[in-house]
Design a protein around this ligand. Sequence first.
Ligand SMILES: C[S@@+](CC[C@H](N)C(=O)[O-])C[C@H]1O[C@@H](n2cnc3c(N)ncnc32)[C@H](O)[C@@H]1O
Length: 326
Amino acid sequence: MERHSDEGLSVPIRYQLSEPAFRCCIMSNMLRNFIQKELCPNSEWNLSDYMRSALEHQIARLPKAVVSEDETRYPTTPAGMRAFLEVFFTRHYFQVQDSLLDYMVSKEFMDSLAIGKLQIIDVGCGPAVASLAITDMLVHVLEYFRYAGGLPGNRVLNITYTLNDTSGICLGTGQHMLTDYFHIHRGAMRMRTICTQEPFPSNVNQLRRIRNNCGAYNIAVFSYIAVPASEEEGFGSFINGMRSTEELCGTNGRILLLQDKFHTALVQKISRAIGVSSRKANLTQVIYPRRNTNESYTYSYYQYLYAPRNRVEAENYIGKKIVMFR
Ligand SMILES: C[S@@+](CC[C@H](N)C(=O)[O-])C[C@H]1O[C@@H](n2cnc3c(N)ncnc32)[C@H](O)[C@@H]1O
């Protein structure tokens, strides 16, 4: 009997999946292993050589001065920008990579890539932190396929970054770092950036126009923007802005929202308002810029990652049913 139950447990998963689904599963696992080996060896996130060069180059060109904590978090001056890059950049960057890894190795994401263009919107982008994190992971995805036999559609990938921030220096530095990154890494990707300095969510009409001209967003990131946007514009407006952004995302798209562990009440309020549960995650990373050799730290943070179109369609369906029953 025991032998039988052992056999039952060891039935390979492929008997439960169709052949193409099984191949996708294997491909996703191999791709995930490749990216983890490159970017997160021994479960510790670190920067690729391309990204480290772009970051170090940017820090070196900015003046060093003592700035307030607020200026470090929300930089508006060159010295504040430098402080942000030294204190917060990699912390948020790795949280984006850690949160999006599973999605970026999934079949859904590969299907989006096969079309040959990708739209990323980075709300409250700072120096394009999330955009850079996604780009670097994308480079590794494409590198994997170059060795392992080509992505479906195998052509140049055109990426449009919509960068939104109220701070001019953030938008300028973000564009600069993306350009630097693309100079260092000359791969099969072409990029363009569209910047908007109008505060979110007052800029939703502008984001809609960009979507109409360039195509639906594949990934929309709200990384550490919930606090300032709801303080400035009101919590209700922030949530309405997020819901409007959901409608601008494509079928396979994702929304990612990140917030630190110190804002539990806000996180719970967001969950109730958008009807999506948050997840508390931990990650260990190398500290940059490096002070001593191999200094690392573990951070906890809150993350929401969801497919907005599923939600929008489910809500429309329920809405129609309610209308029919009235
Ligand atoms: C803590 S930083 C986060 C930067 C980046 N997203 C990250 O994860 O590192 C918050 C950014 O939001 C910007 N910001 C504040 N209020 C905003 C608003 N209403 N709309 C757009 N950006 C805003 C600030 O200028 C700042 O660069």
